[in-house]
Design a protein around this ligand. Structure first.
Ligand code: PEP
Ligand code: MN
Length: 338
């Protein structure tokens, strides 16, 4: 069972509820978020507790029984879709949010050119990696803080909030100085020590699905961030490893409605990494939108042939503008706007 305290509940009210839970022989997991405190009751037979025991107490908003192993991430926690808000952009609402930009920030000129073009075509968030998780230590590792500075300049010029990857806990402070949304990459989905620190941040987090993670494992990872008190979490399907060799990864379109059924968190579809091939990005993105994705993430580069990473799956500026035109009727058909 979870006890959700009212927004602005007093410290003494939280303490009274904790004492009551402990006096009944249960342990407590306290999540203090910026917005509200959540008290998780831990015990083998917590299901026998009566909601009224706590709901009558001062400062308590509601109690909830959660059947899934992930609790705060569960649809049982709130039936309403959660909305992550970033500088006036709402992810999880009626409008499908488009995150676009290069795999890596390569130079000031290329990120500025890309930022202006994707904004013009209708994107609302700029993506770009400054710290890159590469399979080879000899590949380009990203521009680091210099890349973050260029992203910030692109935001200044276009007004687009920025999302960029944070690979380790000791980079969080630096990345938070620049980024609006922190991206956790597929290779870090189950890096629990990183997730725990992200749970203490006030910036939104987009958590990608590991290439070999089940949907349940993804939601358990989201739970690490949520249970730390950071409620601004979205999950992202980015393709998984299967026996299929025609594509780099297999975009699991099932994951989109499965995640929407199991969880209230916004669902992002990264169809660039999900396919690995630019010609598949357009049709698979349309499929993801039709399946109910709240946001999409695609890689866009002014000259993919010369990209320092992921050129094969990057759309040119023109192909991105075409994708936006092609997505509009699909969004409309499923009752969304773009
Ligand atoms: C990326 O977004 O560029 C990236 C490295 O993604 P993933 O973690 O999904 O491989
Ligand atoms: Mn990439």
């Amino acid at each position: 069972m979870i006890i959700v305290m009212q927004q602005g509940a007093l410290q003494s009210q939280v303490e009274d509820v904790v004492k009551r839970v402990e006096s009944l022989g249960y342990k407590v997991h306290l999540s203090r978020g910026e917005a509200r405190t959540i008290i998780g009751i831990i015990g083998a037979d917590e299901h026998i507790l009566q909601p009224g025991t706590f709901e009558a107490m001062d400062g308590v908003e509601k109690t909830m029984r959660v059947m899934q192993p992930f609790r705060i991430a569960s649809r049982d926690f709130t039936h309403q879709d959660s909305i992550v808000s970033v500088d006036g952009v709402q992810i999880g609402g009626q409008k499908i949010v488009v995150m676009a930009g290069p795999c890596s920030v390569e130079s000031r000129e290329m990120i500025l050119e890309t930022a202006h073009a994707v904004k013009e075509a209708g994107a609302s968030i700029l993506r770009g990696g400054a710290f890159k998780p590469r399979s080879s230590p000899y590949s380009f590792q990203g521009l680091g803080e210099e890349g973050l500075r260029y992203l910030a300049e692109a935001r200044e010029q276009t007004g687009l909030p920025i999302i960029t990857e944070v690979m380790s806990a000791d980079e969080i402070e630096l990345v938070c100085d620049y980024a609006d949304i922190l991206q956790v990459g597929a290779r870090n989905t189950q890096n629990y020590s990183l997730l725990k620190v992200l749970g203490k941040q006030s910036k939104p987090v987009m958590l990608k699905r590991g290439m070999s993670s089940t949907i349940q494992e993804l939601l358990m990872s989201a739970e690490y961030i949520l249970s730390g008190g950071n409620m601004q979490v979205m999950v992202c399907e980015r393709g998984i490893r299967t026996f299929e060799t025609a594509t780099r990864f297999t975009f699991d379109v099932n994951a989109v409605p499965v995640l929407k059924e199991l969880s209230h968190l916004p669902v992002v579809a990264d169809t660039a990494h999900g396919t690995g091939k630019w010609s598949l990005v357009n049709p698979v993105t349309r499929a993801a939108v039709a399946a109910g994705a709240d946001a999409i993430m695609v890689e866009v580069h002014p000259n993919p042939a010369s990209a320092w990473s992921d050129g094969a799956q990057s759309l040119t500026l023109e192909r991105f503008a075409q994708l936006m035109r092609d997505l509009r009727p699909v969004a409309q058909a499923v009752g969304r706007t773009l």
